[in-house]
Design a protein around this ligand. Sequence first.
Ligand code: CA
Length: 369
Amino acid sequence: MKRRDFLGTAGGALLVGGALSGCQQPETDLPAVPAPTAQKVIHWKLVTTWPKNFPGLGTGANNLARLINEMSGGRLQVKVYGAGELVPPMEVFGAVTQGTAEMGHGAAYYWKGKSEAAQFFAAVPFGLTAQEMNAWLLYGGGMELWREVYEPFGVIPVAAGNSGVQMAGWFKHEINSVEDLRGLKMRIPGLGGEVLSRAGGVPVGTPPVEIFTSLQRGAIDATEWVGPYNDLAFGLYKAAQYYYYPGWHEPGTTLEALVNRAAFDALPADLQHIVINACHVVNGDMLAEYTARNNAALKTLVEEHGVDVRRLPDEVLERLRELSHEVVSEIAAKDPLSGRVYDSFTQFSEQVIAWNDISERAYLNVRGG
Ligand code: CA
């Protein structure tokens, strides 16, 4: 472990994100969009739960804004605000509801205080992978239910990114048994946090920008964030020694774009299509980026920073799986809409798992190393 080389502050770690390129370039040499002439230019604000320009997440929001600007020929210009620039990260949903910002980018499990059912549209512990989530949302009725859940808030959700399978997280101490989870203070959002709580742990809802400092100062014993690409950028290896997998709590987290309903309705039809389709592009692009970049980041973490990568013991995963089913099924009883979301998700899961058992899983098992 090269932990002594860490002399900076959390600010130092966070600068990593800001120093990286803010936005991906188009993959071909397309001409620049000319300035709009006679037509009216509409200006929108997009607030995010992510630090400005944070790799993958913040840059994903930047891509979304850039695509809308380009596809609309500059008629709809979207400006991105990082966490805390216009509103605090955990007030993004409220800002879009109120119209303080016309758009937001975040993850639905942050809004469980608005609706417990919202969590299904980000990540369900031991639930669907990225590919399966997209299938449920776009072809399994998930998107319609998600819109219904946000409807009372005047907000339209659109899938706009996916991290793929995350890592279980960073731990200051080894996890060898279920007993080691007892009393563990861990930053872990959404349903995963409730599962940890039932396993005897103490989930904490630390906003992304505060994770490194909290872990480093010992306010928490462990944290999950995303995966190697993002965790390297936050410098989490400087604050905890053990890096556990698999990400049982977030097997394919959907990131969301939020759109203020009134602002959306006021757009001409072509701009409405552009907003929705730009989200679709970012949804696929982000998963490709994570899949491509996690490998290299993991190599850096292990070879340059001496990180100890470990698999959670079977006993621990089995207990977490039991508790996950308990936690998820209880949401069904909260209210009729949550019940319908649960039914849709579980019924879709059964059929997609039956197919994936003889496709993805069967193939991965025979592919070899
Ligand atoms: Ca996470």
